[in-house]
Every structure is written in C-alpha cells, then in structure tokens.
Design a binder for this molecule. Structure first.
Ligand code: AMP
Ligand code: MG
Length: 350
C-alpha cells in the first residue's frame, strides 16, 4: 500500500486536506495524525474492521484496547453507561487536553475497539489538527500511538513514516508534538479515581479537582514489578530501543564516573555504547556516543525529547545504552515510568 504523507500547518489548517483524511476514515481506512501528546494511528472507532486494521498495522496484541478520541463532551455521554460525576468535573478541568478517562461503555463502541472489555478509554485532545479531523470526519477516532508495537512512541511525523509507511493509508505531518509523553489515564470504573498510566496531568492536579486519587499499584515501579497493571498496555515490554538500556542511579558525580567506566569497558569489548546525558553533563563523558536529552532544570524539555532520543540511539546502532535518571518534581513519575519500561527495569545503583 502507498502511504500518502499530507502536510498540514497546525497554525493555519487547510480544511481541504483535513477532508481528504476524513474521507479515508469514513471509508474504514487508517490515518496517522498529531496530537499534543504523541502521534496517533486513527481509524473510525465505531467500525470494528478499522480497529482490527489498527491492531494489524501496529502488530499490537488485540487484547490491548484503543483510546477513543472525541471533540465534544456529548460524545462521551453517547458512548458511556452510568457516567460517574467525576467525569464531568475532570473533563471540565482538563479537556481538551492530555487526560484519558476509562468509563463503562454502552453498545455504540464495538468490542473490537476496546480489546473485548466492557469499559472504554476516551480522550478529547487539544491539538488543532486532531480536533479538526474528528470534527470534519464525523467519526470518533480510535487511536493508539502510531508506532510499531513495543517501539518508542512517535513524537514526529518522521517516526511514524519510519514505523508505518506502506502499512496505512495516510500520515498527516503536522510537525513535532508538544508534550511527548502519552496521556494520563484515569480509571473511573471502580470507587476512587485511579491513575493507570502517569502523564503530564499529575496526581496532585487531579486531586485538586476530585479529591483523593489512587495510583494503580501495578505501575509503581521496581518494588512492584510482580503486580499486574490494570491497563493491558502497561503489561507489555514497551518503548524499548534496540540496544540494552540500563539506568544508572545515585549521586551525580558517582553516576557520571560509573557511566564513564561502563562505557569504556563496553568500547574495550568492541560494543557500540550510547549515553543519555543532559546539557549540564554531556561534556563530562569521555567514551560512548553521548546524546543530551535537554536541560536538567526543564522537565518538559526532557519529556519532549525522551522518545526521540531512544530512537536516535537505534539510528546510531547503540548496543549498550546507559542513562542518567530524571526524577524531576512535577512529571518525573511519568518520565521515569517510560524510561524504566524501556530499560526493562534494569537500574544500577551507585
Ligand atoms: P496507546 O493507545 O498506545 O496510548 O495505549 C492506550 C493505553 O490505554 C494502553 O495502555 C491501554 O491498555 C489503555 N487502555 C485503553 N482502554 C482501556 C480500558 N478500557 N481499560 C484499561 N486500560 C485501557
Ligand atoms: Mg502506545
């Protein structure tokens, strides 16, 4: 299949081009498009065949449900059953934006889209291209991240072209995304609202709106690797670069010394070594291929660059990758959740 790349300027949207993409969706085809979090691989959420095609194109296990993207709160009401009062409060506070709500579903969204579950994940994105596409196509759009399953999520159109060209009908290139981490997922189907995947909207922000919020114990990190996460997608190996990634944790000087030692050891063994550093530390490494993820004091920049840096390590052909740790104040949880998964929880304490 030939994949058409459609360039659209998010600041000056060409509706003719949006309609071209909308036509593809209405006919059951697949279109990748930018959102504020990462690029999504979209199909008509009400069309079981389109959802099956999404799983096939990504190589995604079919028990891992898709997020349904909407452009109006009434669309949530049209697909949910017994919507709890928190849904309105949270959506008033954070939609359009990087938050996904899990609610009980009625019969409108087929089980093919929800991985067989009786609940559905719903998000109202803020990206102007995503909004225009949902509105003009007249479809609610089922869209997982537009990467090959298991690979780092795509934050630029080039990442999508690399993974999915030849496998889907079209890719809308709207430039790099803003946030670079997938949405915060909040489950509203059992008692207290529960975070199933951390993201840009953090626990404290949610609690300011709805009171106490839980975090799924299955995503809490190394101590809890034996607890099964509730979101099926959080159970799989994910975000992984091709090289063997390890995180080095501890006091900064010792981290740098240990990464220098490991990198020299790897190179002495004729291995290609990559190092994920920051603007502050990048000149302190004497071996390995060093990539700066950004300024340590700017956690939004780190989030924005994370998946791109993992992909650049693959382009370099890194066989061993050592990363500093980024436990930053506001979204450090979300960043480290992705990095720990990419590293299969391999952490070297110094
Ligand atoms: P992605 O589309 O790649 O951002 O992944 C969507 C995430 O949402 C995956 O981790 C899914 O397992 C999760 N998800 C989608 N629908 C549900 C649901 N009904 N219940 C729990 N998790 C869900
Ligand atoms: Mg994904």
């Amino acid at each position: 299949m030939d994949t058409k790349v459609i360039r659209i300027d998010p600041e000056n949207i060409d509706i003719t081009k949006i309609n071209e993409a909308g036509d593809i969706l209405r006919k059951g085809g697949l279109v990748a498009f930018p959102t504020e979090t990462v690029y999504g691989l979209g199909g008509n959420a009400c069309d079981a065949g389109a959802s099956e095609a999404i799983y096939a194109a990504k190589g995604r296990p079919s028990d891992n449900p898709l997020i349904v993207h909407i452009c109006d709160y009434s669309q949530l009401e049209s697909i949910a059953a017994d919507l709890p009062s928190e849904a309105k409060k949270l959506s008033d506070a954070f939609w359009p934006g990087p938050m996904t709500l899990i609610v009980n579903k009625n019969g409108v969204i087929p089980h093919e889209t929800t991985g067989g579950l009786d609940t559905v994940a719903v998000r109202f994105p803020s990206h102007p291209i995503a909004n225009a596409l949902i509105r003009e196509s007249g479809c609610m759009i089922a869209a997982p991240s537009a990467n090959t399953s298991g690979r780092p999520s795509p934050t630029k159109a080039e990442h999508v072209i690399h993974d999915l060209s030849g496998r889907i009908d079209a890719i809308i290139d709207g430039g790099p995304v803003q946030i670079g981490l997938e949405s915060t997922i909040v489950d509203l189907t059992e008692g207290l609202p529960t975070i199933l995947r951390p993201g840009y909207i953090n626990k404290q922000m949610l609690e300011e709106v709805v009171g106490e919020v839980k975090v799924d114990p299955g995503i809490l990190g190394t101590e809890n690797v034996h607890v099964r996460p509730k979101a099926p997608g959080m159970r799989y190996k994910h975000y992984a670069p091709k090289g063997d990634l390890k995180i080095v944790s501890g006091e900064p000087d010792r981290v740098i010394a240990e990464i220098n030692r490991l990198a020299a050891e790897g190179e002495a063994d004729s291995r290609k070594v990559g190092i994920i550093a920051t603007e502050e530390t990048k000149d302190l490494y004497h071996a390995g291929h060093v990539i700066s993820i950004g300024d340590r004091t700017d956690e939004y920049e780190i989030a924005h660059n994370l998946f791109d840096v993992l992909r650049r390590m693959d382009e370099y052909g890194a066989e061993l990758i050592y990363s500093e740790e980024f436990s930053t104040p506001r979204i450090g949880n979300a960043i480290m959740n992705r990095l720990l998964k990419a590293a299969a929880h391999q952490v070297i304490e110094v």
